[in-house]
Design a protein around this ligand. Sequence first.
Ligand code: SAH
Length: 346
Amino acid sequence: MKEIIQDLTFAELSALVAKEGEKAFRAGQLWHGLMQGRKISAITDLPNRFKESLLRRFEDEPVRIAETLTSADGTEKYLFELADGNLIEGVFMRYKYGNTQCVSTQVGCRMNCAFCASGLNGLIRDLSAGEILCEVLAVNALHGGTPDKRAVTNVVLMGSGEPLDNYDNVVRFLRNVTAEGGICISPRNISLSTCGIVPKMYALAEEGIPVNLTVSLHNADDAERARIMPVAKAYKIADILKACDRYFEKTGRRYIFEYSLIHGENADKAHAEKLIALLKGRPCHVNLIRLNEVKEKALAGADEKEAYRFLGMLEKGGLSATLRRRTGADIGGACGQLRASRLRGE
Ligand code: SAH
């Protein structure tokens, strides 16, 4: 594979332009074209010899939308093909306040959570910062957005992969997606979800990019959590909470816990009580979602009644919580489901 030009910051692009012997204003034209989601070959205001030189070194289209599925509720799911043929996926969700793009950060995942389709074949490779950015740029362009009038207003790092297991590339992505003059999405409109890699949570707090931090909790008890999330053997909930508090201290951002309701596993009264005892009084919010059932996994989602009962208990217990609607369940909305079905040859 060639290099990915979208990995570069504007300052790095400017240095490249100078090294190529081009005039300085070409950097602005190049950056602007790339941020519009254009291929290098399709940036019309650049001289051909310069583009040819760039194309010898860089991929023209690092991320291509290979397939789009549209849900009855307007959610769109994409299968993206990378330059080396690997497949990742992304979801575009329409809300009243704007449109959210869910991006993948790795091909596959090595966390192997019991309920998740992303880890079915382990980790294949990390995505580069530019590949993650290209997911956003491609979908923004698909919906007619430009950097000045964005179609993608919010980004969540909740697709395949564990963002904090690909730390340097993810932080570079965050810098470029929030950069002024680029697509410039505010850190407030970005959420990064982690299974709880504690040392990297502390590191993220120091980066000066105050994105919303979300932790996949799914159980308030370490031993039970480890049953469905192997990573819980390495990082205890008490330490995750300390890292969250540090994040809050540094950024002023309230943190969020994801809790996927699994029938017979974490969705009854005793589990609600344990969660309340753990989180009460903390500057946090709990996002409940009913598990999206994955073909290869034997776990069942809580039904609607059970989910509302759980939500009611949390609210009565003094927690801030919401039950998220399951968007795109008819198109394999959950992490890794589309890729898994294509890898099965469906
Ligand atoms: N690796 C990161 C981000 C990706 S997953 C993390 O663990 O947070 C985004 C969220 O979807 C996580 O909370 C994950 O636990 C949850 N999830 C994965 N598969 C799911 C499924 N089948 N149904 C419901 N939620 C799921």
